[in-house]
Design a protein around this ligand. Structure first.
Ligand code: SF4
Ligand code: SF4
Length: 321
């Protein structure tokens, strides 16, 4: 795979600083039952990097000590961590809202038969990738049979109360473009998803989060292989909207890797760019007090233009929405 960081290092992206911390995003490990083309984690079934029990304890201690309101669990497939359920229970007991970034097909993996019910019983928000409502596009990006399995999983979640209008169990879907283009307007696409999935499959969900593909890892490497990297960067930069700077997710979120080290966001984690506090080259979660980070500079490079292009992009979808 081609390294993308050398192409992103020299950057004119504006300097930005942190606001009070709201969300702790934790990567429980790179193991996944899928190997999607656009995965910015390079996750897959053969990855062995998984968070240890000791580091899970550091996460729980941080939740207790900080005023973080939301725990955002990601991976790989976070549910493949042997500590996933214990961490969810600990966070919910502390009154922390928990989000599970779920690939949907995990619900059909061996040993996960009761996963959907576990998530529902503990009011875990499900954020699920479904990069298109058309089968051939999803299978091209995420693997053969993934669309059908995803629809079955969505129906299972709906039957447990997920995705219905109102304040119940939240089921939000995630879209990203198939190729090196900016995503379409989130609101219109959300309406299309609602209509198609509802009419065709009887599936309901709450929100659609539209994400821009970041020019890093597997997607960035593919761009380099095809000679499209510079073109894609120009597309992102030409669509730069300065008002998105106020709400890029790194303002209020920190991202923790499977070893417990802290980053300004998931993308910086994947690029190996740790959070810098008081000149330290990297910081472990156990050494960090959340509220102290307000005003801390954020480590930005050219990939940050992926967050500010057009309607903006974050783990919660468009910034302008
Ligand atoms: S399901 Fe998610 S984590 Fe797994 S390979 Fe696909 S994009 Fe990566
Ligand atoms: S890539 Fe990360 S650090 Fe850069 S703007 Fe986006 S969220 Fe912030």
């Amino acid at each position: 795979m081609h390294a993308t960081l050398p192409l992103l290092e020299v950057s004119d992206f504006p300097a930005i600083r942190r606001k009070p911390l709201e969300t702790l995003q934790v990567n429980l490990g790179y193991k996944c039952n899928q190997t999607c083309v656009h995965c910015h984690v390079n996750a897959g079934p053969n990855r062995t990097e998984m968070m240890s029990r000791e580091t899970i304890s550091d996460v729980i201690a941080f939740l207790k000590a900080s005023r973080v309101k939301t725990l955002d669990l990601t991976g790989g497939a976070p549910e493949l961590s042997p500590h996933f359920r214990g961490l969810v229970l600990a966070a919910r007991n502390l009154g922390v809202h928990v989000m599970d970034r779920c690939n949907l097909t995990i619900l059909e993996q061996p040993g996960q038969d009761d996963l959907a019910r576990f998530l529902a019983n503990h009011a875990v928000e499900v954020v699920a990738s479904l990069p298109c409502y058309l089968e051939e596009n999803v299978d091209a990006q995420r693997g053969k049979g993934v669309f059908e399995a995803s629809i079955r999983a969505l129906k299972t979640l709906n039957a447990l109360g997920y995705g219905h209008p109102g304040p119940g169990l939240a089921l939000n879907l995630v879209y990203n473009p198939q190729g090196p283009t900016l995503p379409p307007a989130q609101e219109q696409l959300e309406r299309d998803y609602h209509r198609y999935l509802g009419e065709r499959f009887g599936v309901v969900f709450n929100r659609l989060y539209v994400l821009t593909n970041m020019p890093i890892q597997r997607f960035g490497s593919t761009l380099i292989s095809k000679g499209r990297f510079a073109h894609y960067m120009a597309l992102l930069k030409n669509a730069y909207q300065p008002e998105n700077l106020e709400s890029v997710m790194c303002r209020t979120l920190i991202s923790v890797d499977w070893r417990g080290y802290v980053y300004d966001c998931d993308f910086n984690q994947m690029l190996g760019l740790p959070l810098r506090v008081k000149g330290r080259p990297r910081v472990h979660l156990r050494d960090l007090a959340g509220p102290d980070l307000e005003g801390n500079p954020i480590l930005v490079k050219d990939h940050c233009y992926g967050c500010t292009a057009g309607q903006g992009s974050s783990c919660g979808g468009a910034l302008a929405a």
